[in-house]
Design a protein around this ligand. Structure first.
Ligand code: PLP
Length: 454
């Protein structure tokens, strides 16, 4: 097929690779080859588009390339101010870590560290021993293991302990956690056979007892973290499950999800199961995330009986999933905050949860005063998020920016020099006073002023 005259004209108007590179990166921020490869790709795509009948603006190719290059230079991931009111916001990277935790992670990343060496003898030492010791002290567990995230913790646990055998799971707990993580799929991937027990709303200890056989490897309890079944419901306690598992001679495995170490009822919330509660109830293994209510770096935490945890440690999958030095350094500092009774003061998640209602109101009022009448304070609610306590809300106050175009203002906030992620209502944009971090007030006010001006 022959190109038409107008297509020929467009093709002839395309700049050379060199001209494009000079125009798009005049101060040579990037390696020459990096930009010329990029430019060549762009020209190839543009030629193909022209031949297919498109009429791209060839005069602006250099601008397009320059914009692409600028975007590459932006810090990634962008620091955003969380105005959503959701404390553990999955799309915003879940738990921000404490200042001390971030410093410990950066220091471990920058230097050589004694990760697997005993400094007294110079001999090879156990990885993560101190972190495991802290986890055990804080929860009462005999042994602990740290992997990359809770999904790997569960996959490792099920693969090492139940492959080729049956796992009993309540129909009410065959859940999807989010991000495509579905408990029945993970069970299948681990080589175990799922045996459904009970019904969606009511499952009794006797259902597990009836389903247990010589083929059973374990009872699995999954904390249905992101939804609740209300009304005519029943779920056996961990103690009841412990009794059934012991009578049947099988393991009791729990995926508790959020990794909470704190009594949430102290904040007027329902009690979120704590890691120590699971250990006290006698589970053989419990798994959790490090970056939900624990408030630390992304990690998977496995706690339980020493012989069982040792089996996991010896499994080849552990080598594929073990936590890196920065994660272990961060977890160490985060766990120390609990050991020193400094969780509320140091860990952002618990700082946010523990802000008194009046404190949040005064903060929102100070924002309004600083913004000078463009805004007002409204009653709001914050959520824990991260799949924890899905129906539980904390009283809060928000900065309300009334506008005819809330989506447009929200976009301006998200795309400013200091991005802010607000909550968008029908006729207003809201910024929750509980989830903006302690040192972000000035940055927030600057960002709101620019968004309102722009
Ligand atoms: C969040 C969650 C997971 C997944 O944990 P990751 O750390 O994201 O891998 C698994 N199970 C439960 C119950 C959860 O709440």
């Amino acid at each position: 097929m022959h190109a038409s005259d107008s297509q020929q004209a467009l093709l002839r108007a395309l700049p050379s690779v060199d001209a494009l590179v000079r125009a798009a990166d005049p101060t040579r921020l990037f390696a020459a080859e990096f930009v010329s490869d990029y430019a060549r790709d762009l020209l190839t795509r543009t030629r193909t588009a022209i031949r297919a009948g498109a009429t791209p603006d060839v005069a602006h190719l250099a601008d397009d390339l320059q914009a692409d290059l600028r975007r590459l230079l932006e810090p990634y991931p962008r620091h955003v101010i969380n105005g959503t009111g959701v404390i553990v916001q999955t799309n915003l990277g879940r738990a921000p870590v404490s200042r001390a935790t971030a410093a410990a992670m950066a220091a471990a990343a920058q230097h050589y560290v004694a990760l697997e060496m005993r400094l007294d003898s110079g001999e090879r030492g156990g990885r993560a021993a101190v972190v495991e010791q802290l986890l055990c002290r804080l929860t009462g567990a005999e042994a602990a293991l740290v992997v990359n995230n809770n999904a790997s913790a569960i996959l490792l646990t099920l693969t090492a302990l139940t492959a080729g055998r049956e796992v009993l799971l309540s129909r009410g707990e065959a859940v999807e956690i989010g991000g495509g993580f579905r408990v029945p799929d993970v069970l299948r991937a681990s080589g175990a056979t799922l045996v459904d027990v009970g019904t969606t709303n009511r499952t009794y200890a006797r259902d597990y007892a009836a389903a247990a056989s010589s083929a059973t490897a374990a009872l699995l309890r999954v904390h249905a973290s992101n939804y609740v079944v209300q009304g005519f419901t029943h779920q056996p306690t961990l103690a009841e499950l412990r009794a059934v598992a012991s009578a049947a001679g099988v393991l009791l495995i729990e995926d508790v999800g959020s990794g909470c170490l704190v009594d949430t009822s102290a904040y007027g919330l329902l009690p979120e199961p704590r890691l120590g509660d699971s250990i006290a109830a006698g589970v053989d293994v419990v798994t959790a995330s490090g970056d939900k209510l624990l408030g630390g770096p992304q990690a998977g935490i496995v706690l339980g009986r020493r012989d069982v945890v040792d089996m996991l440690r010896r499994h080849p999958l552990y080598r594929a999933m073990r936590a890196d030095k920065t994660c272990l350094a961060g977890l160490h500092t985060t766990l120390l905050h609990y050991a020193q009774d400094r969780a509320e003061a140091e860990i952002p998640v618990w700082w946010s949860v523990s802000r008194p209602r009046e404190w949040v109101r005064e903060r929102a009022e100070a924002w309004v005063a600083a913004l000078g009448g463009a805004a007002r304070v409204v009653l709001s609610e914050s959520a824990i998020g991260g799949g924890s306590l899905p129906t539980q809300m904390l009283p809060s106050f928000a900065l309300e920016l009334t506008t005819d175009h809330p989506q447009r203002l929200a976009r301006a906030l998200r795309t400013g020099a200091q991005p802010v992620v607000p909550r968008v209502a029908a006729d207003a944009v809201l910024i929750d006073g509980r989830t903006v971090l302690a040192d972000e007030d000035d940055a927030l006010l600057g960002a709101v002023r620019s968004a309102l001006a722009g």
